[in-house]
Write a protein that binds this ligand. Structure first.
Ligand code: PFF
Length: 466
């Protein structure tokens, strides 16, 4: 089945695909919201430290396992550290299924907002359509929700079915440069707006008095989600990497790009919000509020050239989401190819159908089906109970699945793989490994497990990081 696995055609292809996985709704939907919620500056600084101290080393660890074993997570864990670790890979596959289940619903929304913005740009903006009520009506429209997330899932499967070099890499090579270009365009416009100065100081001027105590852990938890860590996505992508290509350089570029995009997107969104008098106070308390309720209207009322930039912005969000859903799907599909010896096309369609069942239930949990929207599993949370399937899946993935997966991956690499085997993967002839290898190894053995264990302890005690 070797030919079913495939390979990246170049290091650039791998970097773009891995950056595509990392850059997604986490950067454009979650990060701005949690930055807002945690009062900006100090949180951003802590987040940058988490990314550097914990995110980057774990990214290197995951890619290292993948490249060394040339296998998807289950097989990779078995080969790298033994049979007893297979479940960590299995947990990753399950996590991919859970995240894809709810992620594809939000991804589907970007298509509708793109279409709506095109309509507004040509026919003129209708303000009544953009209120919170209009959003709620849209979210509760079950048929439309199924169609949107179904369409997104279909495109995802279509790309994954075509394999690594000819599918995933090709799409990343096209979409990522377009995404960067749109972002630069939007940034240029945003920085010319009245609110830009206030936005920049909100994001980049740290005031530790404003940082909530658990902000540090929230930043750490988000680092997992935004870098696609803790579920073997990077093990999977790393498994298609040839031994000639550098793990360290690739990891550093992916992490840097993800961080840059998150900060740029947040600068754009906050410049727009701060340019509209009174908007700061009105920003909806929900995660979806900023991206899908406040922003569409603001593009047409305060942003220069908004009628061109608004559709472009939602294309950007859709592209970012697509390169992430592709990687989520690839984790599941590669399991069936490697461990169950299925042909890629059959595995892709089967997994697509299976995940669509979960996505469909999720898509109907915004009012489409009252039971799915309202059921609440009571847990000892400090932030109130979750409501509906969507919120439960996000809670499960962000609070439990990614941190637990990440914890065991760091333990496996730090304590159960030999120093020689990790060193052989990380220290290539052409880079100064003597400097970073001991630092990396110390972090992966001590700092990362302790930091991730703290997230899990707080979650057990009722904290919610989703
Ligand atoms: N990193 C993606 C984002 O920030 O939107 C989400 C994600 C993709 C998480 C792929 C995990 C994953 F395997």
């Amino acid at each position: 089945m070797g030919t079913e696995r495939g390979n990246w055609n170049s290091q650039l292809g791998f970097v773009l695909a891995a950056a595509g996985s990392a850059i997604g709704l986490g950067n454009l939907w979650k990060f701005p919201y949690i930055t807002w919620h945690n009062d900006g500056g100090a949180f951003v600084l802590v987040y940058l430290l988490c990314i550097l101290m914990v995110g980057l080393p774990i990214m290197m660890a995951e890619i290292l396992i993948g490249r060394k074993t040339q296998k998807s997570p289950v097989g990779a864990m078995i080969e790298a550290v033994g049979r007893r670790w297979a479940w960590v890979g299995g947990l990753g596959v399950f996590t991919g299924f859970v995240i894809l289940g709810y992620y594809s619903v939000i991804a589907g929304w970007t298509l509708r907002y793109f279409a709506t913005c095109i309509g507004w740009s040509f026919k003129g903006f209708e303000s009544s359509e953009s209120t919170g009520d209009a959003f709620n009506a849209f979210a509760a429209n079950g048929g439309l929700q199924l169609m949107l997330c179904g369409a997104f899932m279909f495109v995802t499967v279509y790309v994954v079915r075509r394999g690594i070099g000819g599918g995933i890499e090709k799409v990343a090579r096209w979409l990522m440069p377009v995404l960067f270009a749109i972002l630069v365009l939007l940034l240029g416009s945003a920085l010319s707006m009245d609110g830009a100065r206030e936005a920049l100081s909100f994001i980049f001027m740290p005031d530790f008095a404003n940082l909530p105590a658990t902000g540090v852990l929230e930043a750490l938890g988000h680092a997992f989600f935004t870098l696609s860590l803790g579920m073997g996505a990077m093990i999977t992508y790393g498994s298609y990497l040839s031994h000639k290509q550098s793990v360290v350089r690739a990891s550093a570029i992916v992490v840097a790009l993800d961080t840059l995009i998150a900060l740029t997107a947040t600068t754009i969104m906050f410049s727009v919000i701060f340019s509209s008098p009174g908007m700061k106070e009105q920003i909806s308390g929900s995660t979806v509020g900023m991206l899908f309720i406040s922003l569409p209207e603001l593009f047409y009322t305060v942003v220069p050239m908004g009628s061109i930039l608004a559709p472009l912005f939602y294309v950007l969000v859709a592209f970012a989401a697509l390169t992430s859903t592709i990687s989520l799907m690839e984790v599941i599909v590669s399991y069936f190819i490697d461990q169950r010896k299925m042909p890629r096309a059959a595995a892709a369609w089967m997994c697509g159908l299976g995940t669509f069942i979960l996505s469909a239930l999720c898509a109907l949990s915004f009012g489409g089906v009252p039971w799915l929207s309202r059921f609440s599993w009571v847990y000892r949370g400090t932030d109130g109970a979750k409501e509906g399937l969507f919120q439960h899946l996000d809670y499960l993935a962000s609070n439990w699945l990614l941190p637990v997966g990440g914890f065991f991956i760091t333990i496996a690499v730090g304590w159960f793989m030999t120093r020689e085997s990790t060193e052989a993967e990380l220290v290539a002839d052409d880079n100064p490994g003597w400097f970073y290898f001991p630092v990396w190894r110390f972090i992966i053995r001590y700092v990362s497990p302790v930091a991730v264990a703290l997230i899990i302890i707080f979650v057990i005690r009722g904290k919610d990081f989703s």
